[in-house]
Design a binder for this molecule. Sequence first.
Ligand SMILES: [Mn+2]
Length: 296
Amino acid sequence: MEFVWRAKPLPPEEKVARLSQEINVHPYLATILVQRGIETYQQAEKFFRPKIEDLHDPFLMRDMEKAIARIDKAITHAEKIMVFGDYDVDGTTAVSIVYSFLRNRHTGEIDYYIPDRYREGYGISKMGIDYAADNGFGLIIALDCGIRSNDLIDYANTKGVDFIICDHHLPGSTIPNAAAVLNPKRKDCEYPYKELSGAGIGFKLIQAFAEKHDLPLDSIMEYIDMVAVSIASDLVDIRGENRTLAYFGLKKINENPSLGIQALLEGYQQKSSLSISDIVFGIGPRINAAGRIADA
Ligand SMILES: [Mn+2]
């Protein structure tokens, strides 16, 4: 493969001069910032000092109300819930976030299902749906997959298994006939940020649940390190809301990581502070390896 490198055009000098003065940085740095769309003091502040309040309202996402209502119904009726996701980093962190969060709050049984890379392959599997139906699961929350699984969702509907889909892949021409389909890339979704990872959408789901039920912020921040792992490893854009999520997630990884991440870091080089690159090359491959060797 051949790459052609094209330098970004230099931004107008007066913009660079203004920003350089306003935030007191060298014009070289100001140039780079303006090239990335950061032109004002406020924009620079958001970029350098992300705040948790910068996160968007999760209910701006199409179908979020429906998704929460369906989960509430499952909790009220103590239905069995299956959390389903892929064997890669984004899928497994997404499952981990939603499963761990709901496990503490669900009145009924909850389980997770990660398909086998070699027997079932990527995405929602017929085997998974059959397993759910045969074992009395009424609801499947599918993460990081499902947006094009229209036929399989129809099949699940005939078996009385409902789906909530949380996916960030590009939708096809028709949206599957699920109980709720969360995907900022839906044409009819007005969510202001389109580049969330699959686990990021799972995080928005638990954020919405926490808001609806007046749970404290800590109840979701516990899982934000997993979101940072997904953002780094899925190589999604790290601007906008992903930057806020990655910032707080990385902070947690450095200060107070969840047990799983702590374990994955065993034997990794000792550093005073881990960066996004440490996730990409240190944590991500260890998670992916599990799915390749055996069971993710
Ligand atoms: Mn993904």
